[in-house]
Design a protein around this ligand. Structure first.
Ligand code: PMP
Ligand code: GLN
Length: 416
């Protein structure tokens, strides 16, 4: 079967449905009905951007470099011969810097030897945590829309995702629905704040409710905080610092976002010692270790002065403002993210009700790539998010300006 124009070619073509080797991936819904690879939405849309020469506001990566000291530290580490396997827990210099960082920003005391694990990006931290904690049949409660790997890994672990929808009008959860979703079958409550794709930051009341529910039902909390330094107007509150949370919470972050180095894949998790060790037991057979020369570099980053962290947030807030104003002038209605890399725009006012079709056509219509929000929801929930599109604003000003002027063509094309 030929690939649709502009999409990633599939690996399997007319071959018979693959045999038992693919049972886990098929069972988890990660393959197409014919057993073919289904590229992630990020891979599909970045390939579409490359194939059409469009501006890529789809996949969330900055098109600018992070702090020069951090880049230089990686170069120096390579020159100094830090090129072999680092220790399984992560290099002490990085684990110590992570512990100092938690104390400095959040007053959180973390033992760098017993409570920290360095991972291949936040992605591996999420995967190893879910594989370590879940048993078949367990339930994982997560906000919907959700980062795509949450549902995939939950399914691979043989568990079931139970989703709590964020109301498309303000992208906040209904607390009664949240409370009803957590039961004694819940093994993990999986949060993400600041949230991808909506930019929602969960307020203290919601965090407190989650801690109470986790305690009542003896569930773990996995808190994906990769955008912890990318909040526009308020300080970040790690849920692990709330009373009653620390002993059951796994906090996940990544140097990729804070230091604009998504390709380095240096992430980490913080957890009480017994939980950390259970996750390590899995992680050592996933990647074992990764990124030796990048680990001391991210350590340098975590020790940068406060001004660096304030500037990162302020510059993203400015970029968000630029894209938000531009999208509105192009005729979209837009959300108001409180942090992160992304803004959600509604294409319905321009006459496009189906975000998937709209995103596939957007390179031709305007030379821009974006991601349909439906990629982050279960098929039965698509309705509420049908015309919504995620745009990344972690791009240089001139790129955002260019994208906006291209998008303004849509209004004349749609005649609205
Ligand atoms: N969680 C969220 C919410 C993300 O947006 C991303 C990717 N940007 C990740 C995890 C993965 O992070 P990493 O690139 O460090 O694996
Ligand atoms: N987290 C990034 C995003 O949401 C992409 C990561 C990926 O490509 N897997 O765009």
């Amino acid at each position: 079967m030929p690939a649709r124009p502009g999409t990633v070619a599939t690996v399997s073509t007319d071959a018979p449905v693959p045999g038992p080797w693919s049972r886990a991936a098929r069972g988890a819904g990660l393959l197409g009905d014919d057993g073919s690879l289904r590229p992630s939405i990020f891979a599909e849309m970045s390939a579409l951007a490359a194939a059409t020469g469009s501006i890529n506001l789809g996949q969330g990566f900055p098109d600018y470099d992070g702090p020069p000291e951090v880049l230089e530290a990686a170069r120096q580490a390579i020159a100094d011969g830090i090129n072999q396997y680092p220790p399984g827990l992560g290099m002490p210099v990085l684990r110590n810097a992570i512990a100092r960082h938690q104390q400095r920003f959040y007053d959180q005391l973390v033992d760098p030897d017993r409570e920290v694990l360095v991972t291949a990006g936040a992605t591996e931290a999420i995967a190893a945590s879910l594989l370590a904690l879940l048993e078949p049949g367990d339930e994982v409660v997560m906000l919907e829309p959700y980062y795509d790997s949450y549902a995939a890994l939950t399914a691979l672990a043989g568990a079931r995702a139970v989703t709590v929808p964020l109301d498309p009008r303000g992208f906040t959860p209904d607390l009664d629905q949240l409370a009803a979703a957590v039961t004694d079958r819940t093994r993990v409550i999986l949060l993400n704040s600041p949230h991808n794709p909506t930019g929602t930051v969960l307020d203290r009341t919601t965090l407190e409710l989650i801690v109470e529910l986790a305690n009542r039902h003896d569930a773990y909390i996995i808190s994906d905080e990769v955008y912890e330094h990318l909040l526009f107007a308020q300080p970040h509150v790690p849920i692990a610092t709330l009373p009653g949370a620390a002993e059951r919470t796994i906090t996940i972050s990544s140097g990729g976002k804070t230091f604009s180095a998504t390709g380095w894949k240096i992430g980490w998790l913080l957890a009480p010692p017994a939980i950390r060790d259970a996750i390590l037991a899995v992680k050592q057979f996933l990647t074992f270790v990764n990124g030796a020369p990048f680990q001391p570099a991210i350590a340098i980053g975590l020790d940068l002065p406060d001004a660096y962290f304030a500037d990162v947030a302020a510059s993203l807030a400015r970029r968000c403002g630029l894209l938000s104003a531009g999208l509105q002038s192009a005729g979209f209605s837009v959300s108001a993210p409180a942090g992160g890399y992304f803004i959600v725009a509604d294409a319905a006012p321009l006459g496009y009700d189906d975000a998937v079709a709209f995103c596939r056509a957007l390179p031709d219509l305007a030379g821009v790539v974006a991601i349909p929000l439906t990629a982050f929801v279960q098929p039965e929930r698509v309705g509420a998010y049908r015309s919504l599109v995620r745009f990344a604003f972690c791009k240089r000003d001139e790129v955002l300006d260019d994208a906006v002027s291209r998008l303004t063509r849509l209004r004349s094309a749609s005649g609205r």
